[in-house]
Ligand binder design. Sequence first.
Ligand code: GLU
Length: 303
Amino acid sequence: MPISRSEQPVFRFAPSPNGVLHLGHALSAILNHDMAAKAGGRFLLRIEDIDRARCRPEFEAAIFADLAWLGLDWEEPVRRQSEHLALYAAMLERLKAMGLVYPSFMTRGEIRAAVAEAEAKGKRWPRDPDGTPLYPGRERDLSPDEQAARIASGRPYAWRLDMEQAVRRVGPLTWRETGAGPAGETGLIAADPASWSDVVLSRSDAPSSYHLSVVVDDAVQGITHVVRGRDLYHATSVHRLLQELLDLPQPVYHHHRLILGPDGRKLSKSNEDTGIGAFRAAGHTPADVRAMILSGDEPPARG
Ligand code: GLU
């Protein structure tokens, strides 16, 4: 029986064109593609090019070429985040209207200095799950007049989520994990968005953050299954919170293992040696790359 479009599972691979795809991306793309095929679902490609300073058209062209070389085919048209900035801005407006975001004027340098000063007193400042020091400011307490005056002065600022209020508003959240977290977590996972503190949702030099645009796009594209690397496992807590605040559907999540370099570290886009193009240039076939990255992977999700 043919699956109707509304019930059809929808998967996506969502790279940022800020470097060449490496084996870790190939694993993500292939898993998404194969899981979609197995489930009779759709496979979409999304270009996450919000960060105009780091994204380049030649990297985007290389993404298409590498994925085609790997034998993957995706639906057209490809969604490009840079073409939907007004939508992310509208979503931010909704959060503003709910009183859940505030303008933050502290620069990265001021944040670093505040953390260093606190740590100089002998206590380690708390970190987010990625290891970045939590935002140390109290700008959520600025009066509306003070906020307006600072904005009017032309100082650059970011919009931060008032995490405490946001969490209070939605209550406890979970997600369904069919892959595994860093400690093997699977099944129904309790989200912990507060571990990220007041995350940035947009800045003067980047009109939307990764967190905001990814949840909006997953909803707009009807994504039912998010399959991505385990490095984004903890970010799912923020994504669940934003989905709940913005009344967006929640997909099933599948976080897959990361492919590590010879130094035991996560592969980086600046490392051309592990770029897919380097394997192609060295005479490897797409089947070689598939075999190399799929060996030892956990079985695909059933959900
Ligand atoms: N654009 C993100 C990256 O390249 C992936 C986003 C996602 O899969 O949620 O790391």
